[in-house]
Design a protein around this ligand. Structure first.
Ligand code: IPM
Ligand code: MN
Length: 355
């Protein structure tokens, strides 16, 4: 078998402190993987004068996947290439409570859901500007009947929902629900949008999702208003299986869902396109604890497990998940955010012992 090629981008601030021990952990598994480490962020800046040099783009293009730490400013160019350049439209964020996770919920048992966040559209197109530039469009608010340009000076941001973008991410969510159903989950997709206000954009997301749902009669489907979804997510998260939503809601609610199981230190993610995928923890770069060797690497380790599954190393992915599960269930050696006192190194060593 030809080796898989994986680009590693350690990311900024404390992120490398989670990525490096995770790679050392993967080293134990004798995986047939070639690791590529092109200079990105600060390293790219130092060597090539740019945070995302041509070499890095080429390495990504020649690889099967990227393993990404987290980006503050410096690695964001790479992150955006991994998203928009590689068309990774489905941002999959599993939120599963494991025994030993420090959840704030009275009863987190059975919490096992996945947020599938559309990853390329919505307000993330980056098209923003001055209200006065909209002048030629002669727009009027249907609610105030006021001309938008009369509200100038001010700024706008563009929200875009396309049929293609919505259909592919919804299909992804249904396939995921079907796959999970084979493993004992209920087989349900919840679509969360603000269709009662954003009739035409979010309303369209809902409409397209409803159409896709018709091809999956074996999967239960519901549409919720996103604020109602947020409330239910806190009140009884066990009612959800797979939830699909536009980009920004998915961004916000996946952080919130991570908080429900015990914090962002525990929330992994994978972003999938038709030809590429990259994997990163949901959390940011934790600059406040950089350099202290105390970052919780669980989200990074679980993202690595998602990556191994994507690359065809399913047994190895399962071994990692089981080792993580055991360390938490045992509760002896835990990172600080989980009520323990272990350093990152000590915690990863405990996982290594269960591998
Ligand atoms: C995430 C992050 C990013 C996002 C930032 C770094 C641009 O918060 O991956 O959720 O908003 O998508
Ligand atoms: Mn986010």
């Amino acid at each position: 078998m030809t080796p898989k090629r994986v680009v590693v981008i350690e990311g900024d601030d404390a992120a490398p402190e989670a990525v490096r021990p995770t790679l050392a952990l993967l080293d134990q598994l004798n995986l047939n993987i070639d690791w590529l480490t092109p200079p990105v962020g600060d390293q790219g800046k130092q060597r090539y004068g740019t945070t995302f040099p041509e070499q890095a783009r080429r390495a990504i293009d020649e690889s099967d996947a990227t393993f990404f730490g987290a980006a503050s400013g410096k690695s964001t160019a790479a992150l955006f290439y991994l998203r928009f350049g590689k068309q990774t439209y489905a941002n999959v964020r599993p939120v599963k409570w494991l025994s030993g996770f420090n959840s704030p919920l009275a009863d987190p048992k059975g919490l096992d859901l996945v947020i599938v966040r559309e990853n390329l559209e919505d307000l993330y197109l980056g098209v923003e500007g001055e209200i006065k530039d909209l002048d030629p469009l002669d727009l009027t608010s249907p609610f105030t009947r006021e001309k938008i340009t009369n509200m100038s000076p001010g700024r706008y941001a563009l929200k875009v929902i396309t049929e293609k973008g919505t259909a592919r991410v919804t299909r992804f969510a249904f396939e995921l629900a079907r796959n999970r159903k084979r493993h004992g989950r209920p087989g349900k997709v919840t679509c969360a949008t603000k269709y009662n206000m954003l009739f035409r954009s979010d309303g369209f997301f809902k409409e397209v999702a409803q159409k896709i749902a018709e091809s999956y009669p074996d999967i239960e489907f519901e549409t919720l208003i996103v604020d109602d979804f947020a409330h239910r997510l806190v009140a009884k998260p066990q009612q959800f299986d797979v939830a699909v939503m536009p980009n920004l809601y998915g961004d916000i609610l996946s952080d919130m869902a991570g908080g429900l199981v015990g914090g962002l230190g525990l929330a992994p993610s994978g972003c999938y396109g038709d030809n590429y995928a990259y994997f990163e923890p949901v959390h940011g770069t934790a600059p406040d604890i950089a350099g202290q060797n105390i970052i919780n690497p669980t989200a990074t380790i679980l993202s690595a497990a998602m990556m191994l599954e994507y690359l065809g190393f399913k047994p190895e992915a399962e071994r990692i998940e089981e080792a993580v599960q055991k360390v938490y269930a045992e509760g002896r050696i835990l990172p600080r955010d989980q009520g323990g006192s272990a350093t990152t190194t000590e915690f990863v060593k405990a996982i290594k012992e269960y591998l």
